[in-house]
Design a protein around this ligand. Structure first.
Ligand code: PAF
Length: 285
């Protein structure tokens, strides 16, 4: 008989006690931080975690400080019962579902802020977003003190920001990036895809197709980079996207790239709105 059990914890003190017990048993621990509305992309992070550690903790918390006023905090899907069922299906060991009061008690006045990496791409149109992410991820890392924490490459800039503050603050955890999971039509899986109307959902995969085509063209170093980017931008606009950015940057530093050299790790990044839904994607060049 399968005696696996998913333990649901919403209190920080109880979480600490559970983790201490695992430590006493010399178990390694992986943390998968999420905001819930779990899809196959998240579940692949759980698989990844299970490959690396003895025990897996998934946190589900829609973090208010990473949303700007007017963004989708209230609308963000919160299907907790389905999420718990999906985590049980993946034999996850713990799910941590704290309340806002638990995470941000009255008088909360601290933030973790990473400069440089956060000034471009999503940081430009969402100026406080990465402070919110860095602060909540730091809190989660201090609560769970995992050996590994897993983040998807779909939020590639987020992954680099997290690696940076973990290094800068000497937080003893190994940050692992996991590949983007896509639908059959190439659309990167995202909890926000469910905001798309049927018509928008048909158009949405063109974001990835355009990135792929652009990445192929960029390999031909005789072509002018800025012209290629401008024409891909026009193509997305013609398809109905409102492009926030479409840029090629260094995959490690996110420094802008004006010219491609061989052996350079470059990456294409896009954010665009389709109707009211903001989609992001990235591919290696
Ligand atoms: O990527 C996300 O879902 C969130 O930004 C994270 C890392 C769980 C922090 O709230």
């Amino acid at each position: 008989m399968d005696d696996h059990r998913l333990t649901i914890v919403s209190n920080i003190q109880v979480l600490r006690e559970e983790i201490a017990e695992l430590r006493a048993q010399k178990k390694t621990v992986a943390l998968v931080p999420t905001m819930g509305a779990l899809h196959e992309g998240h579940l692949s992070l759980i698989d990844f975690a299970k490959e690396h550690a003895d025990k897996t903790v998934c946190s589900i918390y829609v973090n208010p400080t990473q949303f700007a006023p007017g963004e989708d905090l209230d609308a963000y899907p919160r299907p907790l019962v389905d999420d718990i069922r999906a985590l049980e299906g993946k034999l996850t060991d713990f799910v941590f579902t704290p309340t806002d009061d638990e995470m941000y008690p009255d008088g909360f006045s601290t933030k973790i802020s990473v400069s440089g990496l956060t000034s471009a791409l999503c940081g430009k149109s969402r100026p406080d977003h990465f402070d919110g992410v860095a602060t909540i991820v730091t809190k989660l890392l201090l609560m769970v003190q995992p050996d590994f924490a897993i983040f998807g490459e779909k939020d590639y800039q987020q992954l680099l920001v997290i690696r940076r503050f973990v290094r800068d603050l000497n937080i003893p955890v190994e940050i692992l990036g996991a590949p983007i999971i896509r639908g059959e039509d190439g659309l990167a899986l995202s909890s926000r895809n469910q905001y798309l109307s049927a018509k928008e959902r048909e158009v949405a995969p063109q974001l990835h197709q355009t990135l792929n085509q652009l990445s192929e063209k960029i390999k031909d170093i005789s072509k002018d980079l800025s012209e290629l980017l401008a024409s891909a931008n026009d193509e997305l606009t013609r398809l109905g996207f409102k492009v926030d950015y479409l840029e090629i940057r260094d995959a490690k530093s996110l420094a802008p790239i004006a010219e491609i050299f061989e052996d350079q790790a470059a990456r294409l990044f896009v954010a665009a709105k389709l109707g009211n839904t903001r989609l992001i994607d990235n591919v290696a060049v």
